[in-house]
Design a protein around this ligand. Structure first.
Ligand SMILES: [Zn+2]
Length: 225
């Protein structure tokens, strides 16, 4: 790959630093610390990261495991889907509701993290499901709703705040807008296609065939800050 923005596909790591045992983009550490402090002092919540930077290989592992049926694919209702009963493009849509194509994950940028409130649940018990956001983590998410609406979340927003028929709602996924919006605009369809061509991933031919519509439906189609 020769594109100068290939770092957006999770193949490089020069921009990362460790925070809470997790790799994140070095420029989000200060604003994230401010957000954590505010949550602690205002509602007593303990914001902790549960997932942050993911490299291309990690995402490829997840994708291939789902495509081959080694890792269960669930639909909106939590029901397990049998990949053998779907056409390749149907299978791609099922996977992309919840998992990004390798190279096209916002988690490659280090600007996006999944969070929870460790004052309410131990990390090993967290599943990252909507029921947690309306249950034990409700106070944190309602607080975040207000902070984001009032522009007081130190630059963080939720790209998957509502269902736009792309990626499913993920309240726990927050993104640092000042950097992520820049990357969002720099990430072109050409970069996506090049990324697919350079990949050894399951369903590659079908992904290439539908590259533009998938790119628009699952990558471009987010709740903007
Ligand atoms: Zn996430």
């Amino acid at each position: 790959m020769t594109n100068k923005y290939q770092f957006l596909t999770g193949r490089e790591s020069f921009y990362l630093e460790k925070f809470q045992e997790y790799l994140v983009h070095k420029d989000i550490i200060d604003p994230l610390q401010s957000l954590i402090q505010d949550a602690k002092s205002e509602i007593g919540a303990e914001i902790e990261i549960i997932s942050s930077f993911r490299d291309f290989d990690r995402q490829q592992h997840i994708w291939n495991a789902k495509a081959t049926g080694d890792r269960p694919i669930t639909d909106e209702t939590g029901k397990t889907v049998d990949p053998r009963k779907l056409s390749p493009i149907e299978l791609i849509h099922k996977i992309m509701r919840f998992s990004a194509v390798p190279g096209l994950s916002r988690h490659h940028w280090g600007t996006d993290i999944d969070i929870f409130d460790s004052s309410k649940m131990n990390k090993e018990d967290v599943c990252l499901i909507p029921e947690e956001c309306s249950g034990p983590f409700r106070e944190l998410h309602e607080w975040l709703d207000d902070k984001i609406a009032d522009n007081k979340a130190h630059g963080f927003f939720r790209p998957y705040d509502r269902d736009l028929n792309g990626v499913a709602v993920e309240k726990w996924h927050i993104s640092y807008a000042p950097l992520a919006q820049e990357y969002y605009h720099l990430y072109s369809i050409d970069l996506f296609i090049q990324n697919l061509k350079d990949s050894e991933i399951e369903l590659k031919d079908t992904l290439l065939e539908h590259a533009e519509s998938l790119f628009n439906q699952y990558f471009k189609n987010i709740v903007l800050p």
